[in-house]
Design a protein around this ligand. Sequence first.
Ligand SMILES: Nc1ncnc2c1ncn2[C@@H]1O[C@H](COP(=O)(O)OP(=O)(O)O)[C@@H](O)[C@H]1O
Ligand SMILES: [Mg+2]
Length: 279
Amino acid sequence: MTQTAEATHPAPTAVPAPPLLSVNNIEVVYDDVILVLRGLSLEVPRGSIVALLGANGAGKSTTLKAISGLLKTEDGEVTRGEIIFDGERINGIDPDKIVRHGIFQVMEGRRIIADMTSLENLRLGAFTRSDGEVNADIDMVFNYFPRLKERTGLAGYLSGGEQQMLAIGRALMARPKMILMDEPSMGLSPLLVKEVFAIIKEINRDLGVTILLVEQNARAALSVASHGYIMEQGKVVLDGSADELRDNEDVKEFYLGGAGDQRKSFKNLKSFKRRKRWL
Ligand SMILES: Nc1ncnc2c1ncn2[C@@H]1O[C@H](COP(=O)(O)OP(=O)(O)O)[C@@H](O)[C@H]1O
Ligand SMILES: [Mg+2]
């Protein structure tokens, strides 16, 4: 026997799994004229948490709404490029159909229904489902967020943190493959931010739900994400692993505090170099 095992059975070449979501070079226009996204691309691997970071007005929420189809409700349109989810092109599809494909967006500012109870809000999240496990999933959500179970009154009386938890719980009720979260840290105390992000991490780990996390709070987002994209003026200007981004001097200066109003733009940086890790 002179032949090695490798010679008879060559090791399979590792083919990278296709990302669950891939946004390819999209342009988004509001009201037929206002160009907000200008060739934006990003990828979210299955089972991962990816952060999309950037200052106010960069186009983060627009990106999420392009993916979830909610742009339509604001007279916005994807005019170029494509969005591929789980192997299918989804741009142009109605938002309720996109929920059925397995994407659920947690809107900025929570948007829970104030004059319904937590329980009723959770049931609404399950609107696409006809299986008999809705009650079991309500128990699961209460398990993640025990406080919601104690508060039986109208959701409008919940604290900001509790409303954020309810919004995330409602998303879970759809049993999505992917949750798009728009600034879950907004308006929460640092302690609550920690708590909510720990639960986001847990949900990702336990349930395998893929998460695209939009944040202005780069520090919190990079503490749970494996990869991050930074966007400015409708485009991605930098991307990399969460560790790379945390160690990047420019990211530290602009997005991890310290610079305050002095914040400059990546656009003007000589050191700027786009890294396309997954392309
Ligand atoms: N419905 C809309 N109609 C017109 N312009 C909009 C609309 N929504 C957002 N914009 C504009 O698009 C840009 C990006 O907004 P947005 O996606 O909300 O950014 P971010 O979430 O990063 O703060 C902003 O200049 C904003 O004024
Ligand atoms: Mg926003």
